[in-house]
Design a protein around this ligand. Structure first.
Ligand SMILES: Cc1cc2nc3c(=O)[nH]c(=O)nc-3n(C[C@H](O)[C@H](O)[C@H](O)COP(=O)(O)O)c2cc1C
Length: 195
């Protein structure tokens, strides 16, 4: 069973994302969103810099998001097909709550930007966990939009970047697991070089 919420450990052991395009509503209530974001903030953060932010996109702003994506796509890929533009429209209107995770590192700080970016990843992961713990399913995607300057500047201040678009809703169909690496592939006992 995936996303088994019967215990903390079972949820950790079975958590599974959904593809955002396969989510259906309803999304979380405003109180639940607040709770999820509060949990998302409770993560390792070297230097207490909170080098991440969350930007939520309300239902009544989805048309504006679609307009932004069309504009960005037209500027960056003038040859983009109608089908591609349709895809962007669909993306902007995926069901559920959209949270844009922004990596907001403090430059020229003794804490390296790399560590601050890792903290953003932790915030995204905790947001997923919080959503799943509350009975929702989330999906974290990036794609060209996360790297578009036009889109970036609509969500981020200078020096910040989009770490992900996280959609939170319910799966339209039963989730299937995906292949995972075997533990032996990613785990070894350390020995000193040359030993
Ligand atoms: C930073 C980041 C960006 C991602 N972008 C995409 C994406 O654009 N498209 C996609 O299909 N999956 C993307 N993924 C992977 C999915 O979010 C998801 O983790 C994956 O489908 C595995 O599902 P799981 O969370 O159940 O392990 C991204 C993951 C991360 C961490």
């Amino acid at each position: 069973m995936l996303n088994d919420r019967s215990s903390t450990l079972s949820l950790l052991e079975t958590r599974r994302s959904a593809k955002p395009r396969e989510l259906v509503g309803p999304g979380p209530t405003p109180r639940e969103v607040e709770r999820m974001l509060t949990i998302a903030m409770r993560i390792p953060d070297h230097g207490k810099l909170h080098p991440w932010r969350f930007v939520t996109v309300a239902e009544d702003q989805r048309d504006a998001l679609a307009a932004l994506l069309h504009q960005a796509l037209a500027e960056e890929s003038p040859e983009a097909s109608e089908a591609h533009h349709r895809k962007e429209d669909e993306f902007a209107h995926y069901a559920g709550q959209l949270v844009v995770l922004v990596s907001a590192p403090v430059e020229d700080h003794k804490i390296p930007v790399w560590e601050q970016q890792l903290s953003s990843g932790a915030a995204g992961m905790n947001l997923l966990m919080a959503a799943h713990a509350l009975g929702y399913v989330a999906g974290w995607v990036t794609g060209w939009r996360a790297y578009s300057e036009r889109v970036r500047s609509a969500f981020c201040r200078p020096g910040e970047r989009i770490a992900g678009f996280i959609f939170i809703g319910h799966p339209a169909r039963e989730l299937e697991d995906r292949p995972r690496p075997g533990l032996a592939e990613v785990w070894k006992e350390w020995s000193p070089p040359g030993a």
